[in-house]
Structure formats: C-alpha cells, structure tokens
Design a binder for this molecule. Structure first.
Ligand SMILES: N[C@@H](CCC(=O)N[C@@H](CS)C(=O)NCC(=O)O)C(=O)O
Length: 216
C-alpha cells in the first residue's frame, strides 16, 4: 500500500491530518511551506494543479479536495474501522455533511476570514490567497458573512439535536466538520449561541486521535 499525504500546518490539510489520525493507517508525509511557495512549485502542481493542500496520492492516484479525500479514505479504510458507513442511506448522510461543510458552511466562513483585519487572521491560512482580499475588508462584508454563517451554524445545531455526533455514532463526518467548525470558532463568532455545536465540538476534541494532534 502506498499513500502519500501533502500537508501544510494551519491549513485545510489539518482536516485530512485528523482523518488519517483517526484511521491510524501508515502514510508518507510531505510537508509543504505555503509562505515560500511550495504549493505553486511544478512538482506539486503535478499532484494538484490547483496548488493547494491537502492532496493525497494513493496507489498512484492523486486525489485533491479535502471533502473528496475524507470520503475516499472513509470508503477505502473507514468502513472496516467503523468510522464510515457502508454504502447505503447512512453513507449518504455522511457525504451530505462532508460536502455541506466544504461548500455551504465554508463559503461564508471564507468570506468572514477574508473580511477580518490582517492582524486578526492569526496564524491560520495567513499565506493563502483568501487572507488578503482588500475589497472584502469592510464592516458590511463582515456582518453579512457573520449572518450567513449563523444561518449555517443553526442548521448544524439542528442536525445535532438529540445526537452526540452527526450520524449518531462518531464518524469521519465529525472528524471533517470539527476541522471547519474549529476554524470558524477561531474567528469573530460566538459559538455558545449554538449549544449542540459546542457540546459536539468538545466531544470531538476528546477523541484520542484529535486530542493528540491538538496537543501538538
Ligand atoms: N477546497 C480546497 C481548499 C484547499 C485550500 O484552500 N488550501 C489552502 C490552505 S488552507 C492552500 O493550500 N493554499 C495554498 C496557496 O494559497 O498557495 C479543499 O478543501 O481541499
């Protein structure tokens, strides 16, 4: 089995890092430094022409987009590990949350991030293109992004009603979403308005694999 993981610290690749940690499968790690342009070098563009992490190469096949990677690793390694549902409606439920996280939830989150003053963007993704979008830096853009994000967090809060985790039991859908919601929590958003979300996030952070990553 050959699996290579292209990673950069404090980036979307942290989601895949958590997925791989949960699955506890061996892989070769390639750490890239976004700030010195590693993601735009010809050798990496052969793996991901978008010049972004995460990417994996499994058995010679390059796979990019964190949501595709989570679903792929779940399908190949997660079913037996009881971290990803077998094909069927539960699988559909997992895919729904993972795709929603990357598309619908991450969209206003990226707008909020881009609208923050540079000094408030912290270490997270500060070298990514989204980090410096001058036209997004207005109070109006920030308020709109916050309102749209609150709508999404209400949906997540509703999805978690009466459940410990998104599918009931813990799955890679939770591993994936906790990465995005953790990033959102590091911005100007009060998550305590969404108690199911904060309780769920705490339970995710108590997972040994995730706790270990967070401890560094
Ligand atoms: N939609 C992509 C987003 C990946 C992405 O934006 N990665 C950023 C880091 S968070 C990146 O690699 N940026 C490199 C660059 O801007 O050169 C995914 O989910 O994988």
């Amino acid at each position: 089995m050959s699996l290579t993981f292209y990673f950069a610290p404090m980036s979307t690749a942290s989601i895949t890092e958590a997925v791989l940690a949960e699955l506890a499968i061996p892989f070769d790690l390639e750490t890239l430094n976004i700030s010195i342009g590693d993601t735009k070098k010809p050798e990496f563009l052969k793996v991901n022409p978008n010049g972004r992490v995460p990417a994996i190469v499994h058995e010679g096949m390059a796979i990019w987009e964190s949501s595709a990677i989570t679903m792929y690793l779940g399908e190949v390694f997660g079913v037996e590990a009881k971290l990803y549902p077998a094909p069927g409606p539960k699988r559909g439920e997992a895919m729904k949350w993972i795709a929603w996280g990357n598309v619908t939830l991450a969209e206003p989150a990226s707008r909020l991030f881009a609208s923050l003053p540079t000094e408030m963007q912290g270490d997270v993704e500060t070298n990514s293109e989204e980090a410096a979008v001058p036209e997004m830096k207005s109070a109006i853009a920030m308020e709109k992004a916050k309102a749209d994000l609150a709508d999404c967090l209400r949906i997540l809060n509703g999805g978690l009603e009466g459940r410990s985790f998104l599918l009931g039991d813990y799955s890679l859908a939770d591993t994936h979403l906790q990465g995005i919601v953790g990033w959102i929590g590091s911005m100007e958003i009060d998550l305590t308005r969404f108690p199911n979300v904060t309780g769920w996030l705490k339970r995710c952070y108590e997972r040994p694999a995730i706790a270990k990553l967070m401890a560094g």
